[in-house]
Design a protein around this ligand. Structure first.
Ligand code: COI
Length: 350
């Protein structure tokens, strides 16, 4: 590469990185894409302004920024799918924009407007168009971040913020069966806390029990409510549903559970299928006589739970093509990829 200019060397490397992607083996790890979108809020302007696309790369931040010191930050997750005719569809981006607004209010942060959020997401996806996997072979996961980037030493809301959107092609979140272990020592959320928003600080506190559970062969944890320890809440990165007869139940969100957009979509699809859909408190003991259990999330999509283990007792569930989870998955991804008519206006063609 000795005779190539710096720019040509970068282009060569990027071409090689792209050519090496195995679209059928994508898991849920970062594949660097070409561009990210950055927009700032400053104390002087008191609004988000001048959003721009820049090359994907590291960002600079003051060591005393609010995100680094006190975790004043939120994220979102949404997907862009390739249609059979090569068009690109975004799934319910306005729901993510509204959820970020709700979270920003709780975290005492300003947030981009819904239009600014959607515009940033569209621009990020279009700038990284070549990274949207071919039809049926994954999706482009879009990760908007809202971070306190002002200088802060004291404990107080930041003066300045950065909204940044990046993207990565992804495949399955969990490869293989989903074997859950009920965690009855560490709680993910407490009443009055931030479990119901996508605060960045909601995730790493579960790494310790999650790592221990993985070492024992489980794929994820199922958390119980912190008040009684007897009701199921959610996984470390997904919502949960149980099926019994014609009734599908999922825990009421009530501020401790993330109001998932996939959760909400699945509730609508399932009631369209003729199921009775309930949001209510679900006791852990009910899980033991459920006919099927499945998890939902943007990253997870819809995935059957193979087993749940609680206090040493393990129960296995039905898996495979005949499960309701599989049918819900097929319908949801059918809508997301434009294969099934989107009667509810959930998708946006970009
Ligand atoms: C998502 O499903 O988008 C999530 O936010 C889960 C994530 C933590 C991987």
């Amino acid at each position: 590469m000795g005779s190539l200019s710096k720019q040509e060397q970068v282009e060569c490397r990027e071409k090689a990185e792209y050519a090496n992607v195995n679209w059928d083996e994508l898991g849920f790890a970062l594949t660097k894409t070409d561009y990210m979108y950055v927009m700032n809020f400053t104390e002087e302007e008191q609004k988000f302004f001048n959003g721009t696309l820049t090359r994907f790369g590291n960002i600079e931040m003051c060591p005393s920024s609010g995100i680094l010191n006190y975790g004043q930050g939120l994220f979102e997750g949404l997907k862009a799918y390739r249609k059979e005719d090569e068009g690109i569809l975004l799934f319910r981006p306005q729901e993510n924009a509204l959820r970020m607004k709700m979270g920003a209010d709780r975290m005492c942060m300003p947030s981009p407007t819904v239009d600014q959020f959607i515009d940033a997401v569209k621009k990020t996806v279009l700038a990284n168009k070549r990274w949207v996997p071919p039809y049926g072979r994954g999706s482009l996961y879009v990760r908007p971040l809202l971070m306190a980037t002002g200088r802060n030493l004291g404990v107080k809301p930041s003066s300045d913020y950065t909204f940044l959107v990046y993207a990565s092609p992804v495949g399955n979140y969990h490869k293989g069966d989903l074997n859950l272990m009920v965690e009855d020592y560490v709680h993910r959320a407490i009443p009055g806390g931030t479990g119901g928003i996508k605060a960045v600080t909601n995730y790493s506190p579960v790494y310790k029990p999650l790592t221990e559970a993985k070492a024992k062969g489980f794929s994820d944890l199922l958390f119980l409510d912190a008040l009684t320890g007897s009701n199921i809440e959610e996984g470390s990165a997904c919502n949960i549903f149980i099926l019994k007869g014609n009734v599908i139940s999922t825990p009421t969100t009530h501020g401790t559970i993330l109001p998932g957009i996939t959760r909400k979509s699945i509730m609508e699809i399932a009631s369209d299928f003729g199921y009775q859909v309930e949001e209510r408190a679900i006791q852990i003991k009910e899980v033991f006589d459920a006919e099927e259990v499945f998890c939902t999330g943007t990253a997870m999509v819809v995935k059957s739970v193979a087993s749940i283990t609680y206090q040493g007792k393990r129960i296995g569930y039905k898996l495979g093509a005949e499960t309701l989870a599989q049918k819900l998955h097929a319908t949801l991804t059918g809508i997301q990829t434009g294969l099934i008519e989107d009667k509810l206006g959930w998708t946006t063609l970009i």
